[in-house]
Design a protein around this ligand. Structure first.
Ligand code: COA
Length: 266
């Protein structure tokens, strides 16, 4: 069932398809560029999403058929002084970090241009699907700035340092098929199928134990930042904590009983 949720956000459209929430960034005049107001709205929404037990997974896309998010709003960047520039970078990093640290799956459905901050937001999502017309890139150095919402850190981690530096230093934009080949996106689909595919991917996560999904996300995302030994300790500790959950016993027992598991998030 699809429901458009009442949204008190100016630049976001929120739709619920059962437990899957679709968030569309909606600033059509600027191809969905992220101004400060939109970043604030995404942050507020992300907090709500994490807290709301009815929302199980999030798909982020752009409004319209041309652009996911065209980047940070260049009009706002143009008037920044050094203090303001550092502050907006930290703010953008915090906002996309809220998506990354969500204990529920967050999927970017990249439906067109994903440049600068738009590409960086997608990099912070747990998985990325792209439509066949998608183009991604970090063109900041061509504007005399650098990626400031995590791009210099997450792109090398995702595609390797050599390829990341090629893209960051040249600002070259990559089409969907190349993005797939370098591991920047998980899958490319025709634009008309993009949201359906994203929803299918979300459902494939949602059929699993939600506490286990949250623990796997935490371990896989934060573990590598700690180094191998501490990352392994984090994994074991989350493995141990799950053993206290009813869901773990339900999941294992359901397998032994040859029936589907009924997870309760506890
Ligand atoms: N910030 C603010 N406004 C933006 C924007 C951004 N990141 N990206 C696009 N816009 C605005 C354009 O200025 C234009 O406004 P106008 O109609 O008032 O002139 C409108 O959105 C449409 O963009 P336009 O350039 O006419 O569309 P296009 O299809 O020819 O090109 C892009 C689309 C995305 C290739 C091009 O707009 C672009 O290169 N944008 C900047 C991308 C970028 O560098 N992002 C990183 C920022 S750090």
């Amino acid at each position: 069932m699809t429901t458009t949720l009442r949204s008190d956000f100016k630049n976001l459209q929120i739709e619920s398809r059962g437990a899957v929430t679709i968030l569309r960034v909606h600033r059509p005049d600027v191809l969905n560029a992220l101004n400060r107001e939109t970043l604030s709205e995404i942050e507020a929404f992300a907090q709500r999403f994490v807290a709301d037990p009815a929302q199980g997974a999030l798909v982020i896309t752009g409004s319209g058929e041309k652009s996911f998010i065209s980047g940070a709003d260049i009009g706002e960047l143009a008037v920044l002084d050094p203090r303001g520039a550092e502050e907006i970078s930290q703010f953008g990093q915090r906002v996309v970090g809220r998506l990354e640290s969500s204990p529920k799956a967050v999927i970017a459905a990249i439906n067109g241009y994903a440049f600068g901050g738009g590409c960086e937001l997608a990099l912070a999502c747990h998985m990325r699907l792209a439509s066949d017309n998608a183009v991604l890139g970090l063109p900041e150095v061509g504007l005399g700035i650098i990626p400031g919402y995590g791009g210099t850190q997450r792109l090398p981690r995702l595609v390797g340092r050599g390829k990341a530096l090629e893209l960051i230093l040249t600002g070259r934009r990559v089409k969907a098929d190349e993005a797939l080949a370098i591991g920047l996106v998980n899958k490319v689909v025709p634009q008309a199928e993009l949201l359906g595919e994203a929803e299918k991917l979300a459902q494939a996560v949602l059929k699993n134990g939600p506490l286990a999904v949250g623990a796997a996300l935490e371990s896989a995302i934060h573990g590598p930042e700690l180094g191998l030994a501490d990352g392994l300790r984090l994994e074991s500790s989350r493995f141990g904590i799950l053993a206290a959950s009813e869901d773990m016993h339900e999941g294992l027992q359901a397998f032994l009983d040859k029936r589907p598991a009924r997870f309760q998030r506890r």
